[in-house]
Design a protein around this ligand. Structure first.
Ligand code: CA
Length: 245
């Protein structure tokens, strides 16, 4: 769990696809990522981005919301149908961020322009340090670890989730946040504690990202935020799993 792959070390260089039509910004971001040891490709068009992501699967996609042709929302949705890569979405304004969160596109992280390229690089690094437990990505640990909370069933080994026998399709980040709650049922997590569980100590972003991901998880589980059965809001604090009072 604490073994940290160095993306610039002996492991193959992580591949980042930067999708941004503002050429100067794209070049700036690419230069920072390249300097940090990433294998970077830049495209300025959503349709081309999807073609490239199919041809050479990226580990991370840095995706601008406002693109000519296929916009960032459609690109993100399409990516999710064939790729498990991490997605960081770039938005021009905070209002766009609100709209984006409302649209539930399934990005893993968000940055509002203007941002510091250093911060972007830091977020990419933190994402790639997260433990990877993809099916087929290496030997699975022996045994199974299945947790049940009422009608919710979570296989932490296979990374599968069911509600009342119905399989639920979560993104990697959504699963990781839910899994953090499941590993300590009844414990109330602050947003910051959940971020540390999922992203590790290096996290530098907005703690309300947790609200975004748990909002998606609730919707997919069919959990009503006003009377949740699975993911409880602990007011003024954060979240915990399990039935309410
Ligand atoms: Ca743009």
């Amino acid at each position: 769990m604490n073994s940290v792959d160095d993306v610039t070390g002996t492991t193959p260089r992580a591949r980042v696809l930067v999708v941004e039509d503002e050429a100067p910004l794209a070049r700036l971001v690419a230069s920072y990522l390249t300097r940090d040891g990433f294998d970077v490709e830049v495209v300025g068009d959503g349709t081309v981005a999807l073609e490239r992501a199919r041809a050479v699967p990226p580990d991370v996609v840095v995706l601008d919301l406002g693109l000519p042709g296929t916009d960032g929302i459609e690109v993100c949705r399409a990516l999710r149908t064939f790729s498990e890569c991490y997605v960081i979405m770039l938005t021009a304004r905070v209002e766009e961020l609100d709209r984006l969160i409302g649209l539930k596109v399934g990005a893993d992280d968000y940055l509002t322009k203007p941002f510091s390229p250093r911060e972007l690089v830091a977020r990419v690094q933190v994402m790639l340090r997260r433990p990877r437990r993809l099916a087929g990505a290496g030997p699975q640990p022996p045994g199974v670890d299945v947790r049940e909370i009422g009608a919710l069933r979570i296989d932490l080994t296979a990374r599968e989730v069911w509600v009342e026998g119905r399989s639920v399709d979560l993104t990697r980040t959504e699963f990781d946040v839910l899994a953090a709650l499941v590993r300590a049922p009844r414990r109330a997590f602050s947003r910051e504690a959940l971020l540390t569980e999922v992203w590790g100590e290096g996290w530098v972003g907005d703690p309300h990202l947790v609200d975004v991901h748990l909002g998606h998880v609730r919707r997919k589980l069919g959990d009503d935020a006003s009377a949740p059965v699975f993911v409880q809001t602990v007011r003024g604090f954060g979240y915990r799993l399990g039935p309410g009072r």
